[in-house]
Ligand binder design. Structure first.
Ligand SMILES: NC(=O)c1ccc[n+]([C@@H]2O[C@H](COP(=O)([O-])OP(=O)(O)OC[C@H]3O[C@@H](n4cnc5c(N)ncnc54)[C@H](OP(=O)(O)O)[C@@H]3O)[C@@H](O)[C@H]2O)c1
Length: 347
């Protein structure tokens, strides 16, 4: 690939204004075209091929303390991605290498070679798996279920947000675990039908009028994998078994809310001697190799189906993020930003 074929212009989506509360709107972001910066020593120019869409991006545009600083107004929207190196001024990478990093919502990324990791996709594999199954979401499910949730044989495992990127993987990890009973919660009948086909023992739609009763009927919970927070978490806490583990992975029900819903049943954590633990996957890099090995093994055994919700074009990023909050995805959401001439990708 010659550097002469590289565009000198970069289209990107930047944060236009910080939403006070509520969903992102048509004025939250704006699109602009700027010059591709000069590549300096130690830096690399990457053509972004896929960008990752994640619920946590909603939090990244809020003011306030979190695990990463807020995206600045006028800065390209932070997002994980995979891409191809077009120009390298660092010995560790060369043109044509596949790389992963925080490339943001844009066509081209220029940054230090140290800010990205070189990736190799196994024969027959999909490059996009570096963002999904073998990326942050797959690994979140692995670390969440094993290290944080301490899944045990025979557990009654309940998973909320079960048809999403993390939840779908958690569901199948639980189903593959000896003698576990698996209850899943999601927001529409098609998703629940799919989860049932995968083998889930109980499927619950949190939008059903009698959801509370249905949830009560599944009985006590040993491991609750919480992707959504709010009223579903509150009810789960009312049903925890002695020594239950509650994995605080996400709270999507609160990301667009002015105020999170109150949690009334927290005292059960004391009386049931439960463990309620939060985590951020980036702190668990030492577990990535084991996690990828485990997930690849499960997939090879035919026990792990992984789904992608893919849209095409940088201009679909904002709408696709809005769709994710409306529950219109099954599995991992990604946007394909560009064709990858170096690879005949299946997605
Ligand atoms: N701790 C970590 O390091 C870490 C890492 C990655 C992700 N996470 C968290 O894990 C959770 C899942 O992330 P993901 O990437 O797998 O997203 P996802 O589940 O693929 O997409 C979000 C899903 O959430 C559901 N949802 C939206 N609003 C909801 C509400 N008010 N109540 C209940 N469900 C709602 C929708 O499905 P329905 O149709 O079922 O409503 C939607 O499809 C998020 O909370 C995310 O922040 C945490």
């Amino acid at each position: 690939m010659s550097s002469s074929s590289v565009s000198t212009k970069n289209t990107r989506i930047v944060l236009n204004e910080r939403p006070k509360a509520g969903p992102i709107t048509d004025t939250t972001f704006r699109t602009e075209t700027v010059d591709v910066p000069e590549v300096k020593d130690g830096e690399v120019l990457v053509k972004v091929v896929y960008t990752s869409l994640d619920p946590t991006q909603r939090g990244w545009i809020n003011e306030g303390r979190s695990y990463l600083p807020p995206v600045d107004i006028g800065a390209p929207m932070r997002a994980g991605g995979i891409g191809r190196v077009l120009v390298s001024k660092d010995d560790s990478l060369k043109a044509g290498d596949l790389v992963q990093g925080m490339f943001s919502w844009q066509e081209y990324y220029v940054g230090s070679a140290k800010s990205m990791q070189k990736k190799q996709t196994p024969e027959g594999g999909r490059d996009v798996d570096h963002l999904g199954l073998f990326g942050m979401t797959g690994l979140t499910a692995y670390v969440g279920m094993f290290d944080i949730g301490q899944i045990k044989d025979g557990d009654h495992v309940v998973i909320s947000g079960a048809a999403g990127a993390v939840g779908l993987t958690c569901t199948q990890i639980a189903l593959a675990h000896p003698k576990c009973k698996v209850t899943v919660i999601a927001g529409n009948p098609e998703k629940l039908e799919y989860l049932k086909k995968l083998g889930a023992h109980n499927v619950l739609n949190y939008k059903d009028a009698d959801f509370k009763q249905q949830f009560k009927n599944v009985g006590l919970i040993d491991l609750y994998y919480d992707n959504v927070g709010g009223a579903i978490l509150d009810q789960a806490l009312s049903q925890i078994a002695p020594y239950a583990r509650i994995v605080a992975c996400g709270a999507i029900s609160a990301y667009n809310a002015t105020k999170p819903e109150p949690i009334y049943n927290y005292f059960n954590v004391i009386s049931m001697k439960a463990t309620w633990k939060g985590f951020i996957i980036m702190d668990h890099a030492d577990r990535y190799v084991d996690g990828i090995k485990y997930l690849a093994g499960l997939q090879k055994e035919g026990k792990l189906e992984y789904q992608y919700h893919v849209t095409e074009g940088l201009d679909t990023c904002v709408g696709t993020l809005q769709d994710m909050f409306a529950g219109r995805n099954v599995g991992k959401t990604v946007v394909k930003i560009a064709r990858d001439e170096d690879r005949n990708s299946k997605l």
